[in-house]
Design a protein around this ligand. Structure first.
Ligand code: SAH
Ligand code: SF4
Length: 398
């Protein structure tokens, strides 16, 4: 009989094979130049060797691309002119095109990025209200295969995975928008100081591309964001949670949202495959879970659905003994959604029970609501236009 470890490895291989079916197109321009953004260091070196250059050039280019944020080869002053020209013939340092940028009254900025094949995804920058820092909320897929009932992205089918260039590119283009280049060193304050993989899509159903992108972001000779400043949110893809812990060691956030399988099956349908007990067991195994690196449990507050005091007590029982915090997210409505956000009084009571048990339980303040940039409101403009087009009456004949 197979051991549980072998079963998990099989499951992981199955997930990765399925994910590969949704891989992005090759990152090349219509005239055949390859985008250097998103390549690992080894891949970048291989591209250079392929055009007869020495591999050490990769280090120089890496610095220009990820430390300086330079996109124009002719401005890369440490590279000799003839080589600049040869690079420009074959390569580009790309960025996703910002098809729309909206800044909310509260300074939250939402970007709709369009990729080379016309697909789009949203990215949100959420500045801290007081200090000069902020989180960039990045998308990992166009659409999502899961259909959590409260999530706007979940109403849209998965179109495809985003590639490393598109994932890192969201962060780099957001940095362009604030002019934050070169990359600040070490602990120097940064405006775009953390990454949360909480935009559109389930990052653990696109693990290979997300992992490659995060390795690039964490590289010390480039953007140099520490793994402690990156949080990956998952709806609970158990076999891949172990892999993230072992390979990336970023902070983990888990979208729990319910304390009984019966309800979670309904609102987070992935629960039918990986029920609450398995998700929590994976959290307990997550490496580095110490007081300083707590697991975040995200809990959406849906009026009369999951917000009772009994549920708060059950939540505390489920996570007891774990280095954890609970992020309470008032439901953000979107056109056509079926739920109502819990009242502030109910959220307060729920939070009180969790806090009295010794867990931090901040209530996430919705940001950027005037531009539909809050959690769970993201969806691509392109899809909306197409859906609208499908509903439009046919043109008159003749
Ligand atoms: N797929 C991953 C990451 C993207 S969703 C996941 O589900 O964790 C990021 C967070 O936004 C999740 O916790 C999700 O449950 C939450 N969310 C989704 N829709 C929401 C809504 N309408 N209001 C508030 N939070 C929502
Ligand atoms: Fe997908 Fe996360 Fe939305 Fe669920 S909450 S549909 S997993 S993006």
């Amino acid at each position: 009989m197979s051991s549980p470890a072998a079963l998990t490895a099989d499951e992981r291989a199955r997930i990765e094979a399925k994910s590969a079916l949704f891989d992005p197109p090759e990152p090349t321009t219509p005239d055949g130049r390859r985008d250097l953004v998103g390549l690992s260091r080894a891949q970048l070196a291989a591209e250079l060797v392929a055009i007869g250059e020495k591999p050490f050039r990769a280090k120089q280019l890496w610095h220009w691309i990820y430390h300086q944020g330079e996109t124009d080869f002719s401005a890369m002053s440490s590279i000799a002119r003839p080589l600049q020209g040869r690079l420009a013939e074959r390569f580009v340092v790309g960025r996703p095109e910002a098809a729309m940028v909206q800044t909310s009254q509260d300074q939250t900025r939402k970007f709709l990025f369009r990729f080379r094949d016309g697909q789009e995804a949203e990215t949100v920058y959420i500045p801290d209200r007081v200090e000069d820092r902020g989180a960039v909320c990045i998308s990992s897929q166009v659409g999502c295969t899961l259909s959590c009932r409260f999530c706007h992205t979940g109403t849209q089918q998965l179109v495809r995975n985003l590639g490393p260039a598109e994932i890192v590119g969201q962060f780099m283009a957001a940095r362009d928008s604030y002019g934050e280049w070169p990359s600040p060193h070490g602990e120097t304050p940064r405006l775009l100081s953390t990454i949360v993989l909480m935009g559109m899509g389930e990052p653990l159903y696109n693990y290979a591309n997300v992992a490659q992108a995060m390795r690039i972001v964490m590289d010390h000779e480039g953007i140099g964001l520490s793994r402690r400043r990156i949080t990956l949110s998952t709806s609970g893809v158990v076999p891949m949670m172990d892999q993230v812990g072992a390979e990336l060691g970023v902070n983990l956030a888990v979208s729990l949202h319910a304390v009984r399988d019966e309800l979670r099956d309904e609102i987070v349908p992935l629960n039918r495959k990986y029920p609450i007990a398995e998700v929590l067991a994976a959290c307990r195994r997550y490496p580095g879970a110490s007081n300083a690196r707590r697991i975040t449990f995200e809990y959406i507050m849906l009026q009369d659905v999951n917000d009772s005091e009994a549920e708060a007590r059950e939540l505390v029982r489920l996570i007891s003994g774990m280095p954890a915090k609970v992020n309470l997210i008032p439901f953000n409505p979107w056109p056509g959604s079926r739920f109502t956000p819990s009242t502030p009084a109910r959220i307060e009571r729920f939070a009180r029970i969790v806090m009295d048990a010794g867990f931090a339980a901040p209530v996430r303040q919705p940001r950027g609501q005037d531009i539909l940039a809050a959690c769970g409101q993201l969806r691509t403009e392109g899809q909306r236009v197409r859906a609208g087009a499908a509903l439009a009456p046919p043109p008159p004949a003749g």
